[in-house]
Design a binder for this molecule. Structure first.
Ligand SMILES: [Zn+2]
Length: 336
């Protein structure tokens, strides 16, 4: 047995990968205040209490309002750069950022993603990190809306778009696997990665549907697969990676980390990664979530590096990027 030996500075220095983070949850308070003043738009609740909500409807009201303040390409590019600076500060070398265009009502899908990709290009040139985009379907959308988004992804020619995501409240939308199977099949046929939120507001059946109907290789959350041993087995057999967000899950699902199934998932041999979901709205960072996971699971430095290797394996990047990330982790693990 080795003794847990992870300190905060070591976590910060480690080259990290994050696969489950929503750009909508990354607006800094200062940026929100600036955009609100410029738009002369009253917030749905006082600015300091935007995220102090106790239900999803109020949360979405705040989120939609914040995103609606972005009304031109230059501002969207600034939001991308804000994210890049945060990520760089955290020591994140590579991230796949979920963006749901239905929240960004002030911009067309074209303008939004072109501007975000341009911001990420600038960030990469400036040495801030390598950040990619996962356009996301909203669960409440129609099959036609979803197919239209994927067709747009295929035609847009934006290299930073690497996969398709779906998010939104599954409990409210019901089982939608069949509705979105066509969009996911199209995305996979275009060579895009496939991930889906499931097993958070839905139970184990949501995880099964994401695997069997959407053909995903990753699931965002997926934690409630533990409620059905057959679905847990399916996750393991298919080598599906679960992108966990401990604080987010404790806020919305479990109430306390002791009730979170991460220990059970680890014991069962599930491939999982640690992520933030919405760092600004939850008041967390990737480093703080890794500290939390490390302390809760009794991780050694080797365990921490192993979790990062799982994230690198599950990333939707090209082989050259994967080799680069693996090399950076190797150097870190060797004390370089
Ligand atoms: Zn999420």
């Amino acid at each position: 047995m080795t003794t847990p030996s992870i300190d905060a500075e070591l976590i910060r220095r480690m080259p990290k990968v994050e696969l489950h983070i929503h750009l909508e949850g990354c607006f800094t308070p200062a940026r929100i205040a600036e955009l609100a003043e410029r738009a002369d738009e009253p917030p749905p609740r006082p600015l300091g209490e935007l995220w102090a909500v106790d239900n999803l409807a109020d949360f979405l009201l705040s989120l939609d309002w914040v995103c609606s303040l972005v009304r031109d390409a230059e501002t969207a590019e600034t939001i991308a750069l804000d994210f890049a600076r945060y990520a760089h500060d955290q020591g994140i070398a590579y991230a796949e950022v979920i963006v749901n265009p239905t929240h960004w009502t002030g911009l067309s899908t074209d303008t939004l993603f072109a501007a975000l990709a341009s911001g990420f290009d600038r960030a990469a040139r400036g040495g801030l990190g390598d950040f990619r985009l996962l356009p996301s379907i909203l669960r409440q959308q129609s099959a036609d809306d979803a197919v239209a988004l994927v067709r747009w992804m295929g035609a847009a020619g934006i290299d930073r778009i690497v996969g398709l995501s779906i998010d939104g409240n599954e409990a409210a939308a019901g089982r939608t696997g069949t509705r979105f199977a066509g969009a996911y099949a199209l995305a996979r046929s275009l060579g895009l990665g496939a991930t889906a939120h499931a097993g958070e507001s839905s139970g184990a059946e949501g995880v099964r549907d994401a695997i069997e109907l959407l053909g995903v290789s990753r699931i965002d959350h997926g934690i409630r697969c533990v409620e059905d041993p057959a679905v847990l087995d399916l996750v393991i057999e298919r080598g599906i990676t679960l992108n966990l967000c401990l604080t987010s899950n404790c806020t919305l699902v479990y109430g306390h980390l002791d009730a979170h199934p991460v220990v059970e998932l680890a014991r069962a041999g599930v491939s999982f990664t640690i992520n933030t979901d919405d760092p600004e709205t939850l008041g967390v960072t990737l480093c703080s979530e890794l500290e939390l996971a490390g302390a809760h699971l009794g991780w050694t430095t080797a365990d921490l590096v192993a979790a990062q290797r799982r994230a690198v394996r599950a990333a939707f990047c090209d082989p050259t990027t994967r080799l680069k990330l693996t090399g950076a982790l190797d150097r870190f693990a060797q004390g370089g």
